[in-house]
Design a protein. Structure first.
Length: 250
């Protein structure tokens, strides 16, 4: 599996004398400085045990393209929780989109990265990314705040708005539209059924209000043709409210 470490990180570690922990046999003497690319080993509980053991006696730098505890399977999660409990989390500063690349065959490279980034996203992240791509907004429930923060930390969302980062808006959005199944949509809609009701109610309220105005104030009846346009603007209003709700808690 490909591993998209922060650009230049591995080279910088090598330059400082760090050695890849997982390139060494378990029974050999270990150097003082080691690094571990966790993305390749998250489903391996033995790898978690090795990281925990080595981390107690050596200088070990571990990195991952995204929060490993969000992505690890239930069977391996407890082992990684123990392995990483004493590590200090240092987020990558000014994380850029994983699609900010220069390549000879950029389209093919973007497609590969899109599949990788999607595979590295958990169910909540996929749900929010799909809502943004398919509907243009996300459910503003407070529980989504941590997911939004994590997507921003991964460089997938813009820092100041609930939008896909520019570099991800094309190829990644296209990939998401093809990757999301009808079963996925139904499951997410059921999870968001309360919010869906509110969204529909807002759209209905706009139309009903304009209808009432048209009846009570005939001179304003010319406004009625605007009803579809105003109702279509509800997603933008929802997106704005979501951003404000998220920003007020930052």
């Amino acid at each position: 599996m490909a591993s998209f470490a922060p650009e230049g990180l591995v080279d910088a570690l090598h330059a400082r004398g760090y050695v890849d922990l997982f390139s060494l046999e378990p029974n050999v003497a270990l150097p003082e400085r080691l690094y571990a690319d966790l993305d390749r080993h998250l489903e391996d509980a033995d790898a978690a045990t090795r990281v925990a053991d080595v981390g107690r006696s050596k200088k070990l730098t571990a990195f991952s393209a995204a929060d490993p505890l969000r992505r690890v399977s239930a069977s391996a999660r407890s082992a990684w929780v123990v392995a990483l409990r004493d590590f200090v989390h240092i987020p990558t500063p000014d994380r850029t989109s994983p699609f900010s690349i220069e390549a000879t065959d950029a389209d093919a490279e973007h497609a590969t990265r899109a599949a990788y980034v999607w595979a590295q996203s958990d169910d909540d992240e996929r749900r929010l990314l799909s809502q943004l791509v398919l509907h243009g907004f996300v459910n503003p429930h407070p529980d989504n705040r941590r997911v939004i923060d994590h997507l921003r930390a991964r460089g997938l969302l813009t820092p100041d708005a609930l939008e896909l980062a520019d570099d991800a808006a094309g190829s990644f959005a296209t990939y998401i539209r093809g990757a999301v199944t009808e079963k996925d949509r139904q499951a997410w809609e059921e999870a968001d059924n309360v919010w869906s009701s509110v969204r529909v109610s807002l759209s209905t309220a706009v139309i009903v209000l304009l209808g009432v105005v048209g009846v009570s104030r005939p001179e304003l009846a010319a406004v009625s043709p605007l009803a579809p346009a105003l109702a279509a603007g509800v997603p933008t209003l929802i997106k704005l409210l979501t951003s404000l709700s998220h920003g007020s808690r930052s």
